[in-house]
Design a protein around this ligand. Structure first.
Ligand code: NAD
Length: 454
């Protein structure tokens, strides 16, 4: 590990990555590499957890292609030094900010969208002029192997390399001194990463999880709400960090809501029989999900099979915050429905818990929309939709509190991997005497005027 980091640091010191044209060429190589290997990428992810070519394209590769294209178009602008106004006490002078790469970066990926969550941060790191050590999740083993194969065939290890492995390898990597660590994964491992980074004062971005609520607040467009909600929940068999974890529905709407949810699950073909219905990543997680069920509360689904790792889309009714299913991030195809009579009361319940990564509000009322958006703290979300906000690169993607630190996508990712170097640039033809001895009351008066102070 030390050799890899030393080699990258030596390469970074050559200043080649500071050249924006170099970064653009590397991004083009990355895109070509992904396109040339699409068949292999599709096979690997289907072998790991039966993710279809359609889902792989729409929720992984297309997102990466769009991100690379946008970055190539805009990176010169993002990387350019930016003039800012100069304050009066420094007159005459210019002030500007130079975005500079942080150096050697470590990207640690999660397994649920293994391509998007590995290459997305790597694109931002490259765009900002860093070198990259990428550690994809080991759980989808075929996917991890193909990521390592194609990157290590197409890039110099002193610039961009993939290290495969699990806990031991990650711990070894975290012993090294990096200039930036970008981690996607669970809250407990996020803490380990943060602690390791503190030893070297390495800046971190932590993209974590949490229990993301969805509020249904009227029945004006209920069919549409349910269509969007069901897709977002059961996509990837619920193994999506920004999936609606649970639904909050007024008591009076519950019966109609449940009917529509069940009809929509069938309509969307989220079922055991569908050969493209994604598997749960491993047997341990199937058993974990199984333990969250309370049979008398299951109103749809509930079947699962540990050896084939299939978990039926499941809906639970009469759920309360005391139930097991409400005590941890579900990260699977179980939809608990919690009813309420008082919106203020249910908002208070949500706020007692950690800040979620996402929150969704379905309503035609602008007043209720704004109430949720202003009263609850969460990473990001959507109104009358779910999950799709992730596709807009103009929106910074990240959590707050326990759901994460920092954000990325588009220019936000570039900034995440950059340091803003601030420069005051002064000519030498004039120097006011104000700050020098001898001090006197007139100077103080003048200084106050210049600073706009009384
Ligand atoms: P995880 O934390 O188990 O693993 C993430 C990475 O950390 C993997 O590369 C793994 O090898 C490594 N790791 C695991 N245990 C470790 C340890 N003890 N020490 C050092 N490294 C270790 O997370 P996961 O199961 O891959 O992903 C699920 C979690 O990630 C969920 O909580 C989900 O919400 C979250 N997530 C967040 C986002 C986001 O963008 N915010 C995206 C996807 C997933």
């Amino acid at each position: 590990m030390k050799d890899i980091v030393d080699a990258q640091r030596a390469f970074f010191s050559t200043n080649q990555t500071k050249n924006v044209d170099f970064r653009i060429e590397e991004l083009k190589t990355l895109k070509r590499m992904l396109q040339d290997n699409e068949a292999q990428l599709n096979q690997a992810i289907y072998a790991d957890f039966r993710k279809s070519a359609f889902d792989t394209y729409t929720s992984e590769l297309a997102i990466l292609y769009v991100e690379i294209d946008e970055t190539i178009r805009k990176v010169k602008k993002w990387a350019a030094r930016k003039r800012v106004p100069t304050n009066l006490v420094n007159f005459p002078a210019k002030s500007y900010v130079i975005p500079e790469p942080l150096g050697v970066s470590l990207v640690i990926g999660a397994w649920n969208y293994p391509y998007q969550l590995s290459f997305g941060p790597a694109i931002a790191a490259i765009a900002a002029g860093n070198t990259v050590v990428l550690k994809p999740s080991e759980l989808p083993s075929e996917t991890s192997r193909v990521i390592a194969d194609i990157v290590n065939q197409n890039f110099e290890p002193s610039y961009f390399t993939v290290v495969e492995g699990g806990v031991t390898v990650t711990r070894e990597l975290l012993e090294q001194r990096f200039d930036k660590i970008f981690f996607t994964g669970s809250v407990p491992v996020g803490r380990i990463v943060y602690q390791a980074a503190a030893r070297h004062l390495t800046p971190v971005t932590l993209e974590l999880g949490g229990k993301s609520p969805a509020f249904i607040l009227d029945d004006k467009k209920l069919k549409m709400y349910v269509k969007r909600l069901v897709w977002a929940k059961f996509l990837n068999a619920g193994q999506t960090c920004i999936a609606p974890d649970y639904v909050l529905v007024p008591h009076t709407l519950k019966t109609k809501f449940l009917e529509l949810v069940i009809a929509e699950i069938k309509n969307e073909h989220f079922s055991i029989e569908n050969q493209n219905y994604v598997q749960i990543i491993n047997e341990r997680n199937v058993m974990r999900l199984g333990k969250l069920l309370e049979p008398e509360k299951v109103v749809y689904g509930g079947k699962y099979d540990v050896s084939s790792r299939i978990f039926e889309p499941t809906v639970m009714d009469h759920v309360t915050f005391d139930d097991k299913v409400m005590h941890e991030e579900i990260f699977g195809p179980i939809l608990p429905v919690v009813t309420f009579n008082s919106l203020d009361g249910i908002i208070a319940e949500v706020k007692k818990r950690e800040n979620p990564l996402s929150c969704y509000v379905f309503t035609q009322s602008k007043q209720l929309r704004d109430k949720i958006l202003s009263e609850i703290s969460f990473g990001g979300g959507a109104v009358n939709d779910a999950v799709m906000h992730i596709t807009n690169s103009k929106l910074p993607f990240g959590g707050v509190g326990e759901s994460g630190i920092g954000s990325y996508h588009g220019e936000h990712g570039f900034k995440t991997f950059s340091h803003n170097k601030s420069i005051l640039d002064k000519p030498t033809w004039l120097e006011a005497n104000l700050k020098y001895y001898p001090h006197n009351p007139f100077k103080i008066k003048l200084m106050k005027q210049m600073l706009g102070l009384k």
